[in-house]
Design a protein around this ligand. Sequence first.
Ligand code: AMP
Ligand code: ZN
Length: 466
Amino acid sequence: MQLKLYNTLTRKKEEFEPLDGKEVRIYSCGPTVYSYAHIGNFRAYVFMDNLRRVLKYNGYKLKHVMNITDVGHLESDADEGEDKMEKAARKENKNPYEIANYYTEIFFRDMGRLNIGKPEIIAKATEHISEMLEFVKKLLENGYAYETSRGIYFDISKLDRYPVLSNRNIDDQIAGARVDVDTEKRNPYDFALWIKAPENHIMKWESPWGLSYPGWHIECSAMGRKYLGDEFDIHTGGVDHIPTHHENEIAQSKGVTGKIPAKRWMHVEFLQVDGGKMSKSLGNTYTLDELEKHEIEPLAYKLFCYTAHYRTKLNFTFESAISSQKALNRLREGYLKHVNSKEEISNEAIQQYKSRFIEAINDDLNMPLAMGIIWELVRNDIKSEKIAKLIEEFDEVLGLDIKNSDKYISQQKKIELPEEVEDLIKQRTLARENKDWSLSDKIRDELKQMGYNVKDSKEGMTVEKV
Ligand code: AMP
Ligand code: ZN
C-alpha cells in the first residue's frame, strides 16, 4: 500500500512521493536546551522516530535535520519575555553555553534510552549565526523587513497570504482583545527576525544593527535552507508550532525564495496530564528519570505513546504507563516463546500479517492499529521461529529493541536490594549456617513484612520483591 501522510497545510492525507527520487529530506524542530526535556517533549520525538522508521521501512533514504535551539527562544513564542537560555543561565548561575551543553547531552542520552534514531544532521543555532544574518539581510533587501529600536521585524502585510498553515483569523484577532503594545511595529502580527541585545545579554553577535541575536523562527528557516535547499519534503513539530513558529518560518522563506519551504507539514498532538495541560509552571511535567523511579522503562513510555494516534491527544497517568510496562513485559515474553520454536505456520499467514501491518503504518502512521496486529502475532497459538522473525522485522518500525528481550527480562529479575534487606539476608545466611532455624524463620518473616519473599533451595536463598 502506498504511504499516505497527513499534511497540515492541505488538511488532507496525501500519497507520499519524495521530491527527489528515493531520498527524503526532512526538517524537525528540535529542543530548546534550557532545561530537562519532559515526556511531553519526547512524545514529539517518538513521533519523529516513527516517521523516520516508516519511511525507511518503505525503502527510502533519509536526509534529516534537527535543530538545537540554544539561543533566541523567548519565553513567549510571540516575541515577548526573556531569552529562555539567558534566564536559565542566571537562575543556575552558569554561562548559557554551559547550560546548553549540559541539557543537550542529557537530551541525546534520553533519545538513546527511547531508541530514537538520530537525525543525520544536528544543527545548533549558535553555530549558524552567519547563515541567519544573511537570511535577514535578504529579507531587508527584498522589502519584507524593517528596523525598529528593538530589532529587525518581518512585515506580514507584504505577503500575499498570512496565515497559511493555521485557521486563525488575523483580522478577528486584531479587532479583538489582543492589544499590541509595540507601537513601532507596522502590523501587530509582525515578528522579530533579529533582536538588539540589551547591555547584560550574554549571547550576542556583531551585526549591521549592533550587538544582537537571532529570533527563534529565523534559525529554522536558515538552517533548513542550508542543508535541505529551498524546498524539501517534510517539516515536523508539535501542534503548538502551527500558529506562530511554523507560520513565521513559512513567511520568512517566502520572503527569500518565494516558496513554502516544505511540501508537507506534520504535527504531533499534545501529551496531557490528568486531562489537562502538561507544563512546568503547573509542576506536572515528568522526565524519563522520574518514570524510572516508578519502574516504568523509557521503552514502556514509547509503547505507551503507541496507544494513541499521533494526531490525537494522549492523556498520561501513572496507572496507564504502568500498564504499558506490563504490556512490554508480556510482549517480550510472548516474543521469546516464538524464538527457536519449530511449529509450522503457512507463508500465506505470514504474508497476511505483513500486508496488514504495512497497511496500518502506511495509513498516516497508525501505530495503535499496528500494535493490534503485533499482539495477534505474539499471541498466535502456533509458536514459530517465522513469527519471531516477523516481530523482529516489525520492530524496525516500533523501535522497542524486541530482539534483546532476554536481556531486559533478566535485568528486571536482578533487583537492587536496600542495604537493610542485604543486612538481614547476611544475618539469615549466618543463622542457617549455624542451624539456628528459629532465627532464620524470624528473619524470613521480617523480610516478608518489608515486602520481600524468601525462597530456599539447594542452590541457596533467593529474594524476590512481592
Ligand atoms: P521545546 O523544547 O519547548 O522547543 O519543545 C520541543 C518539542 O516538544 C516541540 O516539538 C514541542 O511542540 C513539543 N512539545 C512540547 N510540549 C509537548 C507536549 N505536552 N506534548 C507533545 N509535544 C510537546
Ligand atoms: Zn523550528
